[in-house]
Design a protein around this ligand. Structure first.
Ligand SMILES: Cc1ncc(COP(=O)(O)O)c(C=O)c1O
Length: 354
């Protein structure tokens, strides 16, 4: 892993090596800029009054709520301590030691397969802004992996996977390769494929409540798949990994479907003006269907230099070295309007020509 970041949002880790001001603004993490879902926060606080109680070992009530929210059988759902727990369990539960990953990608796919004793086969994008469907289809035929990991909208590039690309990759997977579709940011893009798990026996969909609903510190995610696949993951999951306040908060989020549209609109309205302001400074943000922007830096500006300079001024960005993007890119979440404006002002001071 190169660059100062292995994951976004690790301000405590960064503070061990960098001098960060106390009132730092974090652009490195892709959580919701307006904080947690208010009902979720209230439900978690209430559940804390009963912290002496064990939670449901398999988070059954949360599982039932997830299944009901998506109109799926409960046997298709496995709740987890964030999507990260489920990514970790997947390779061991399903015997995945050879998996295809389209890079740049979220690093936990590679690390989870490695922890299961295997290795990923990276398929690099030829162009950073387009999904390499032909290369993925050819690599599936050549390597016959047990799984292919795909993320939509993709972290860190931000674009949604087109229907035709999903279908081509799914067809290439056939019956023997699992297609793991990570939808951690799907609330921003729409187009979830959760409801297809009852028809497609090799499809596994991952969801997270940590980003859009702001439960990163509580940790709630889930997986949807056909019952035989979901059952194998559930069987490997230790008891009680979703704690009581987290389950209560998760259920409050799922009970509020109107929240998704309203908050998506709120963030999407901020994305283009932020991208325009970055472009005006010479950065090249990729078109995004998510709440973050992958930005190519202007010639002569390196993330190795920019990252600590911005951090000292109280703005933490995502250095993209750990994504294999060297020092040419930074990733920025879309923040609240006044924080975006303050960031743009500070960034301008650190660029050579502005
Ligand atoms: C693409 C992607 N998938 C999954 C996760 C993990 O999410 P969670 O917080 O639910 O474990 C992340 C977190 O950064 C992510 O970016």
């Amino acid at each position: 892993v190169t660059g100062p970041h292995r994951h976004g949002g690790d301000l405590a880790g960064l503070a061990r090596t960098l001098e960060l001001p106390a009132d730092c603004h974090d652009f490195s993490v892709n959580t919701h800029p307006f904080g947690p879902h208010p009902g979720a926060a209230a439900a978690a606080r209430k559940a804390l009054d009963h912290m002496e109680r064990y939670p449901d070992p398999a988070a059954e009530s949360l599982r039932a709520a997830i299944a009901a929210a998506h109109g799926l059988p409960e046997a298709c759902i496995v709740p987890g301590n964030g999507a990260a727990e489920l990514i970790d369990l997947l390779p061991r539960a399903l015997g995945v030691t050879r998996a295809l990953v389209v890079t740049p990608a979220f690093g936990e796919y590679r690390d989870a397969v490695a922890r299961a004793g295997g290795a990923v086969i990276p398929v690099a994008r030829e162009r950073i802004d387009s999904f390499p469907t032909g290369a993925v289809v050819a690599a599936i035929a050549r390597h016959r992996p047990q799984a292919v990991f795909v993320c939509s909208p993709n972290n860190p590039t931000g674009e949604r996977l087109a229907d035709a690309d999903f279908q081509a990759v799914h067809a290439a997977c056939g019956e023997s390769t699992l297609l793991v579709l990570d939808e951690a940011f799907v609330e921003y893009s729409g187009g979830s494929r959760m409801d297809e798990v009852t028809k497609l026996p090799n499809l596994v969909v991952l969801r997270s409540l940590t980003k859009f609903f702001g439960l990163a510190g509580l940790r709630v995610g889930y997986l949807a798949a056909a019952p035989p696949v979901a059952g194998r993951v559930a069987a490997l999951r230790p008891p009680w990994t979703v704690n009581g306040p987290a389950a209560a908060a998760g259920m409050a989020c799922l009970a509020d479907p109107d929240y998704v549209d309203a908050q998506r609109q709120r963030v999407v309205a901020l994305r283009q003006p932020f991208a325009d302001a970055l472009s005006a400074l010479g950065l090249a943000p990729l078109p995004s269907d998510a709440n973050f922007l992958l930005c190519r830096l202007p010639e002569g500006v390196s993330a190795d230099h920019l990252f600590p300079a911005l951090a000292r001024d109280g703005f933490v960005v995502r250095h993209c070295g750990s994504f294999g993007l060297g020092d040419r890119y930074i990733r920025l979440r879309v923040h609240r309007p006044e924080v975006n404006a303050a960031f743009i002002k500070t960034l301008a001071r650190h660029l050579p020509c502005s």
